[in-house]
Ligand binder design. Structure first.
Ligand code: NAP
Ligand code: MG
Length: 462
């Protein structure tokens, strides 16, 4: 695949500070498909200076004009959607139809939503004898993971641009080609030089330099809770704004009155999508004891259908990690009803769609984020028990509740300590705030709430 050998800084591809590179591997066949430059603190500093220099003009650009530029980025995503899907498939391993529909499709929706919001958001309001202005926070350092390579970028860059901020992006080392393609699209869209900048590189080098840079005003990070805690600590010490989208262990609560077959089938699909590499995945299925064995059988059948349909996980490291968790589940006494730790193919980083029954709430596989195609079925005795189990992890990102009618499901959902809940299979809303309770994060992405993360307020009294 085609790759740039430089960094996109101040509106042009510029030589990196060193000749060091990172190989990009196709996880479906383990072939090296490209190399990208491994950025250093020096590259990050150049990018932050470019973003700072571009800030006065961009933040003073009327929101309606910023909206036009974001709309042009959205149009670029549409024009190059096939190339985006092929690139995500090559570096992440997602099956092409999923890359087309989700990895390329969702960012088009999200970019479009911010073109609209930039034009309509109330950047000014009256509060008694004051006028309150919502002003851009400044230079944003965005650090993104590989699981939804383009969505994670657009969910940060589009609201930052709408707010009037400028951005330096450090994408995941495993999926830098999608990030380079996005940089090309911002360029073709006519964003002024320095408004968006890209530094590829390793987390502990380029990522850490960006998170700790004195001249970055806000760090927006999506990834593991371990790294998120470090970034939060660094930002706290510098009194810097921070937004963290971290892990999850979301519960899919199936109440006794629910359509069991539908709830189980949608639940299994939710976990297997993107080979389980979704922070909001409903990885714990909670089923009433009276219908538990029926649910296990439905889940076993549903998982069997995914055998050849899911892609690999992103890397050898992730494959080893996921298989380690499956082995741990067996050791701790969970009952394997589908899949298992053996790699289903000789080549590529594949993991079998795996379902565990007889999982108890304290088991490692019921508590820790696995980030692979692994579902745990947990039995509950009554609603109070279901509530305790659902809320019984350090996480609180998403979830689902199924019941005979929406009102019953809503009443239960209101008791969940989590940022988003799908009621009876409710569909994805790109304008709904997304983010975590508890250790799943700080702040919200998407829609008007996501835009507000990039704003700070000033009040003038009359
Ligand atoms: P990660 O290390 O947290 O990576 C996320 C991003 O942070 C990447 O761009 C990464 O760069 C960067 N990074 C890593 N160390 C850093 C540091 N010290 N300072 C600044 N930036 C740093 O996550 P991962 O290793 O890719 O995945 C590990 C686990 O995290 C997964 O198994 C999963 O449980 C969880 N995860 C969650 C999400 C989510 O959406 N909530 C997404 C991805 C992963 P590199 O790419 O170079 O490491
Ligand atoms: Mg990492």
């Amino acid at each position: 695949m085609k790759a740039h050998d430089g960094m996109y800084i101040a509106g042009a591809w510029r030589p990196a500070s060193t000749g060091d590179t990172i190989p990009v591997v196709n996880p479906a066949d383990e072939e090296v498909i490209a190399h990208v430059p491994a950025g250093t603190a020096e590259d990050v500093d150049a990018a932050v200076r470019a973003a700072r220099a571009a800030l006065p003009a961009w933040s003073a650009t009327p929101p309606a004009e910023r909206a036009v530029k974001i709309g042009a980025v959205r149009d670029g995503l549409i024009a190059r959607k096939d190339e985006i899907a092929a690139t995500v498939t090559a570096e992440l391993g997602a099956p092409l139809p999923f890359s087309e529909a989700v990895h390329a499709g969702v960012p088009i929706m999200v970019a479009g939503s911010y073109a609209d919001l930039a034009a309509t958001y109330p950047f000014e309001e009256k509060v008694g004898n004051s006028t309150v202005y919502a002003e851009p926070v400044g230079v944003v350092g965005a650090i993104t993971p590989w699981n939804y390579p383009l969505h994670q970028i657009v969910a940060k860059v589009a609201p930052a641009l709408a707010a009037g901020c400028t951005v330096v992006l450090k994408p995941a080392e495993d999926t830098p080609l999608t990030a380079q393609l996005f940089a090309e699209i911002t360029h073709e869209a006519g964003l002024p030089a320095g408004v968006f900048n890209l530094v590829t590189g390793l987390g502990p080098v380029a990522g850490q330099a960006l998170a700790g840079h004195d001249d970055v005003d806000l760090v927006s990070f999506t990834g593991s809770t371990a790294v998120g805690k470090q970034i939060g600590a660094t930002a706290g010490a510098a009194v810097k704004r921070v937004a963290l989208e971290l892990g999850g262990k979301s519960a899919n609560v199936i109440l006794p009155s629910a359509d069991l077959a539908k709830a189980v089938n949608v639940g299994v699909a939710n976990v297997m999508a993107n080979s389980g590499q979704t922070c909001s995945a409903w990885t714990r299925m909670l089923v009433h004891t009276s219908r538990y064995e029926e649910a296990v059988e439905l889940a076993r059948k549903a998982a069997a259908k995914y055998g050849d349909r899911i892609g690999p996980v992103v890397s050898a490291k992730q494959q080893a990690r996921v298989r380690g968790y499956i082995e741990r589940g067996v050791e701790e006494g969970a009952r394997l009803v589908a899949g298992g730790p053996e790699a289903p193919r000789e080549q590529g980083y594949f993991v079998s769609p795996t379902v565990f029954a007889d999982v108890t709430p304290g088991m490692t596989i019921a508590q820790e984020e696995i980030f692979g195609p692994v579902l745990s079925l947990i039995r509950y005795e009554d609603e109070a028990d279901a509530e305790t189990i659902a809320n019984g992890t350090v996480y609180g990102l998403a979830g689902a509740v199924w019941a005979g009618d929406d009102a019953e499901a809503v009443a239960f959902a209101r008791r969940l300590q989590t940022g988003q809940v799908d009621i009876n299979g409710g569909s994805f809303n790109p304008l709904a705030p997304f983010g975590g309770y508890k250790q799943s994060g700080v702040g919200r992405e998407l829609g008007a709430h996501g835009l507000a993360e990039y704003l700070q307020t000033k009040s003038l009294q009359f």
